[in-house]
Design a protein around this ligand. Structure first.
Ligand SMILES: [Zn+2]
Length: 941
């Protein structure tokens, strides 16, 4: 291998092989601090993509950093296989889904291997292996692979059973009716932002419509659904879509007419809903009359093609004075119907809906965007400032914001309405089927609404390290809002059987809350040291709760492990977990685990998005495969990309071009380091001290950033500032072998958590023993700081950049460059001023008086007072670091003279250096005399 050729594929394979053969990933109890970190384990739903690697990489970088800074680290991982994702995948294989089969073949699977994946358990096994071998190991993660587990393994199921026994024991399991998202193929599904079970609609909420029974002359009911039942007093007509075929339903001896789609939904919510064979064309209902319940006024049924059979019951009540849609539809219908105003509201006159439409120039129903806007405006104003008027009977005078459920409850108790639940947006299951809402009369819940549990959990949050801070701030209100969660489902599900109801399975959010504790056990299970039958309630009580007696010495050993490693120091996961997983992770620990075993930290990272700010999703295409990306860019380059490209707390857009830039930077660092060996050994005290000092300063910054998990800042210092510094040192002629060797040693160790492979390679080439991954992280050494040399070198950098700027602007081919350093009196006054300003004793008059006491400066009184006058403004602009610099006195002339050769070399001309103390300042080009400068003055001819 050419020493300048950065052959990352060879390097990465070589070191992974060595790490895994020597098992340097294994966590060992040691006589030092421990650090337990894990990521929210991925669901098993298919191949992952580059977006998933962001969080995993953060976890490994932090784990490696902790390992190198005197911690015994436990970094385990597993797979969340419960629920339906892998069942969905198996079903796709079974029905020969073209995209799925193509994917599997492209990944290199043979037909015989593909057939096996009709079995969901095989799907879990297969992807479990892909995640470990092709993702985690390929990225060089030092996960403790001896603890890998899946949530459908027999041991894990014993653990989850125990969790539910404890919840019951603590009165945190309750039973009540429940309306649950439900797929006709798969059974109950979870609808939440993590979209574990579903393909679409993670943000959908369950809305409660009041379905009001409008009776027609023949007694048949037209049930209209509304979110604002109090507007019933303003109904002027009903809308029926003449193009839609409606169906007739028998419900508690009543005949109802609703859309077919409404029946499909309601049959899951109302068990005694019965469809008749009779179909009714919408057009046949037009012209009929029906009576408004409670109001007892008759209104006509008129044609409205906008009445969507997919929304609620497909029958719409019309309130044209308060609903802009109804108002415009009525205008377009040419019916002679008067709007009825029932709400008095500030800012509107007789007809709020009409006025809002006119204001936005709405002329027809197709202007949906403006209509939505008008609707929102009217609703908002009415809600905050509206009162029901005299047309509303017993409710007249009631504020809209106070009416709440009064009208609804009255209608229901009169048997004039029922409740219908509907998603706020369409929800589609992973199996492609529409998700409905279904009643479960005796559902089991985990009682997260329990006020003691909520309070204790909120207290726990205060003690935790939670990143970012904004998430920590918002968590208490998330817990307040967090309601009881239905925790079991019936259907074909992978997971643990619920111990208190036969044939029901614990759902996936509820079986992934305490799981880091199981990583302590999984090692013993994997190694066959403990039998599944032995994982009893007594066993878990003993290990986790310190209850009862050890059956044997092994139980003691496992408990000691738990005592050592627990609690979790960081649970790291994507932002989709903010409102569901992290809250239940905290609350279950608080509910079950002893106080000192509750979580200590959470780290939330944002997503990798595709162009257009969408979360990368394989179903939407466009994401790169992990193993392809790994060979295209190199793993170290990708790790560097994730760590540096943006703050963990913003979404980043996946950008292959950017990863290539990081790859080039690594190649460049590789060449830079190889070039060190060719340097001749030569000392330069000021410059050498500068490199040592600036290196230590940077280490300090890096460690501070790492301790706050600010990977971006740490990475920037390591991969950008460090390289800039060594490049400057070499360019300046720095060539001290011992110092460069030290620098290299430090730099490599600093880089290791982020780009471990390339570091191992160079480490080995330098004939070091062992793995750099097992070395200690550099520590900040205060005694190596040399402020004077740092300021001296800073001066030279400034002078260089000033000279270059002058040459660029004047375009002169310089023969001579004259540099005048600032006079000592100015430095003295400057220092004094900073001092006085810091102590709030700054006084212009005193400063001047004091300065001219010096006989040498008497003649400069005018210049001094002018200078001092401007000082306070100038100093206020300085930051603390700059102030610090000016407080340290250096011999500027001496430093510049040391750099004279360097300056002459780069500018190719004579450099003349003077002190302003000794010589008047003269610009030979403009033939002018100048006042003494504070920083070096530069002239050229
Ligand atoms: Zn389904």
């Amino acid at each position: 291998m050419n020493e300048n050729n950065y052959n990352y594929i060879e390097i990465e394979e070589k070191w992974q092989k060595k790490w895994y053969e020597e098992k340097i990933y294994e966590s060992k109890k040691q006589n030092k601090k421990k650090f337990f970190i894990h990521f929210a384990y991925p669901g098993v739903s298919g191949y992952l993509h580059v977006g998933h690697m962001r969080g995993f990489t953060y976890c490994d970088v932090i784990a490696r950093y902790k390992k190198m800074t005197q911690n015994a680290v436990l970094f385990p991982a597993g797979f969340h296989a419960s629920g339906i994702p892998s069942i969905g995948f198996a079903k796709k294989v079974e029905r020969n889904d073209a995209i799925t089969i193509k994917q599997l073949k492209e990944y290199g699977l043979k037909d015989t291997e593909i057939i096996k994946l009709k079995d969901p358990e095989e799907v879990v096994k297969y992807f479990g292996k892909v995640y470990v071998d092709d993702y985690w190991k390929k990225f060089g993660f030092l996960i403790d692979y001896s603890r890998t587990m899946s949530t459908i393994s027999p041991g894990y199921k014993k653990f989850i059973t125990w969790q539910f026994l404890k919840l019951k024991e603590n009165d945190l399991l309750i039973q009540k009716p429940h309306f649950a998202p439900f797929c006709p193929n798969c059974g109950p599904v979870a609808v939440d932002k993590s979209e574990t079970d579903i393909q679409k609609g993670g943000s959908a909420e369950i809305q409660e419509f009041t379905v009001i029974k409008f009776k027609m002359e023949d007694g048949t009911i037209l049930p209209a659904a509304t979110l604002r039942p109090e507007t019933i007093f303003g109904v002027t007509n009903m809308w029926i879509n003449p193009l839609v075929e409606y169906v007739k339903i028998i419900y508690q001896n009543e005949k109802w007419i609703i859309s077919k789609q409404a029946y499909e939904k309601l049959k899951f919510q109302i068990p005694d809903f019965e469809k008749t064979a009779e179909k009714i064309n919408g057009s046949n209902l037009i012209g009929k009359k029906c009576t408004i319940p409670m109001v007892n006024r008759e209104v006509p049924v008129i044609a409205g093609e906008f009445a969507d059979p997919n929304v609620a019951t497909g029958v719409v009540m019309s309130v044209p004075a308060h609903a802009p849609y109804d108002w415009i539809a009525l205008q377009e219908s040419n019916e002679d119907i008067q709007a009825i105003t029932i709400i008095d509201v500030k800012g509107y006159g007789e007809n709020p809906a009409k006025e809002a439409c006119e204001k936005l120039d709405i002329k027809n129903q197709s202007q949906t965007e403006q209509l939505d806007q008008a609707t929102e405006e009217v609703y908002k104003k009415e809600f905050h400032t509206g009162y029901l008027n005299e047309k509303c009977g017993e409710y007249s005078g009631v504020k809209i914001s106070d009416i709440k459920d009064q009208v609804k409850d009255k209608l229901i108790s009169n048997n004039q309405a029922i409740i219908m639940r509907e998603f706020s947006e369409e929800v589609i299951c992973r199996c492609q089927e529409k998700v409905y809402i279904k009643i479960i009369p005796d559902q089991w819940f985990i009682k997260y609404s329990d006020s003691v549990l909520t309070e204790k959990s909120k207290n726990q949050i205060q003690k935790m390290n939670i990143y970012p801070q904004e998430y920590k701030d918002s968590l208490p209100s998330i817990l307040d809002w967090f309601d009881d969660r239905a925790c079991i489902r019936k259907g074909s599900w992978l997971g643990t059987q619920f111990p208190f109801k036969k044939d029901w399975t614990i759902e996936p959010i509820s079986d992934s809350t305490l799981y880091p504790a199981y990583y302590i056990i999984s090692k013993y299970v994997n190694e066959g040291k403990i039998k599944i039958e032995e994982l009893t309630e007594d066993f878990f009580d003993f290990v986790f709760l310190q209850k009862g007696k050890a059956k044997d010495i092994l139980w003691e050993e496992i408990r000691n492990d738990f005592q050592y490693w627990y609690p979790v120091d960081i649970n790291l996961g994507g932002k989709e977990h903010k409102t569901v997983h992290f809250p239940v992770f905290i609350m279950n620990h608080v509910a079950i685990m002893p106080e000192e075993k509750r979580p200590k930290g959470i780290f939330v990272h944002w997503w990798v998005t595709q162009k257009g700010k969408e979360k990368i999703s394989k179903s939407k295409g466009g994401a790169e495969h992990i193993n392809e990306a790994a060979s295209k860019y190199g793993v170290d380059a990708m790790r560097l990309y994730y760590s540096h490209v943006g703050s963990p707390f913003v979404d980043i857009e996946w950008d292959g071009e950017a990863v290539i830039k990081y790859k080039n930077r690594l190649a460049n660092i590789y060449r830079t380091i190889n070039q060190f060996n060719k340097l001749k050994d030569k000392k330069d005290k000021n410059l050498d001290n500068w490199l040592i000092s600036i290196t230590q300063k940077t280490i300090k910054k890096i460690i501070q950033a790492f301790e706050k998990y600010d990977l971006r800042i740490a990475t920037n210092e390591i991969f950008f500032e460090f390289q800039k510094n060594i490049q400057w040192y070499i360019k300046r002629g720095g060539s001290n072998k011992e110092i460069i060797d030290d620098f290299k040693n430090i730099w490599l160790r600093l880089m290791t958590p982020i780009t471990p492979h390339i570091c191992e390679e160079i480490w080995e080439k330098d004939q070091n023993n062992g793995f750099i991954s097992n070395e200690d992280y550099p520590e900040y050494q205060k005694d190596k700081i040399s402020e004077k040399d740092e300021i001296g070198e800073y001066l030279i950098q400034e002078v260089t950049s000033d000279i270059s700027e002058i040459l660029k602007v004047t375009k002169i081919k310089a023969k001579n460059i004259f540099i005048y350093t600032s006079p000592s009196w100015k430095n003295e006054i400057y220092k004094k001023s900073i001092d006085q300003m810091t102590n709030n004793t700054f006084n212009v008059g005193n400063l001047i008086k004091e300065a001219i006491k010096d006989p040498d400066l008497k003649s400069k009184a005018k210049e001094i007072s002018k200078y001092v006058g401007k000082l306070s403004g100038e100093i206020k602009k300085l930051n603390d670091a700059d102030k610090q610099k000016y407080l340290i006195n250096i011999d500027e002339k001496n430093y510049l003279e040391n750099a004279q050769k360097y300056l002459e070399k780069i500018y190719g001309c004579k450099i003349n250096i003077f002190s302003a103390d000794d010589k008047d300042i003269y610009d030979p080009l403009n033939k002018k005399q100048y006042a003494q400068p504070l920083k070096p003055a530069i002239f050229i001819n």
